[in-house]
Design a binder for this molecule. Sequence first.
Ligand code: ATP
Ligand code: MG
Length: 398
Amino acid sequence: MFTTEQWQAGKKIIETLIQHGYEAVFVGGAVRDFVRHKIANDIDIATSALPSEVKFIFKRTVDLGLAHGTVLVIENHVPIEVTTFRTEGEYTDHRRPSDVKFVLSLEEDLKRRDFTMNALAMTANFHLIDLFDGQRDLHNGIIRTVGEPTDRFKEDALRMLRAVRFTAQLGFSIDSLTLDAIKLCSNDLAYVSVERLTAELEKMWLSKHLGKGMSYLGQSNLAKHLPGDFQFEDARWKYLGNPQNVLVCWSFLCLLQEIPNGSDLATIFKLSNELKQQINHLVNATQIRCERLFTIDDLYHFEENILVQAELLSRVLCSDSQQIPVELIVQRKQSLPIQSFRELVISGQDVMEWLNKPGGPWLKDMLSQIEHAVLHQKVANNATKLKEWIMNESNSEV
Ligand code: ATP
Ligand code: MG
């Protein structure tokens, strides 16, 4: 694990800072993941050097928010965030602090971190600095705030949802005092921006212990304070398994509502238009699939991924529907005569020439008749056959 390029680059940066007389250590999620023998997302370093000093020491740096003390140092092509030891200034609105103060001690820096497992630090020689029993909590799978939980959640309400998100990612449990404090402060979730809430929810959607996370979201009362009046609490999350798929989870959430409306959900959580469209398709396809088997038109109309996910969602949401193996659905879709309008071998121009008629609204109807006939195998997708069919059998009066 120490041998990955990232850790080696981090080690080099720490050693360089120490040679220049500063303190420097690994901190945050990377140390947590290191102790758990998991590959870290990104490696962070904390140092007593000020941002200007970090920039002076290293040749290749990028400013990443100097006010917050973060400089990106590029070492051997690996970018690593180096942040000056800091405490966070006054919290005036239950969100991010209005300012940060640089401090001289690592202890002060670790004290402002959210959970004991995230407040571990590690030297360049991989010795742990554990001021808040983070190792014990990691070992026992417990999420516990550093310090008094109510105070910490009052400072920054997002931490409550981070606790729940970590249960989903790591399969851990929330310490009972920490959980009680979340219940008490759950109202404050209203202070957090939708973008940050959505980012946390999407991290949950990609997690390996989704059922556990969703159960905590309900138990902690946070579900009730998320934007919109969506019903998040539902025993069926546990039967969904771990799709680790953002589209599937948003769509599932939507389908749990009395009147599913993908567009409302997407607007309230500020999802992209592309995701909104996909959610609408998946919700629609699942509703169809709960009523009946997919028809040829459904197989043609929906993308393969939507059909497959709709089949899987229907198994959780409408248990009385007959299960169809997803491979069979894929195979049926792939064996349709055409997959899209573009695959028709003739064009509107051909049709106008054959019927000797100028273009007009009739042409669009004619082309969709042709598309339908080919799809339902009334005529082959072949120019001669299509010409014959258009001349003889089509409703050319449209
Ligand atoms: P991930 O694997 O999602 O990156 P992480 O623990 O690294 O998890 P980050 O959001 O990258 O999470 O934050 C890095 C570190 O900064 C955390 O480990 C924690 O020590 C601290 N931190 C992040 N957000 C907060 C917060 N809202 N309050 C206090 N400390 C925080
Ligand atoms: Mg991180």
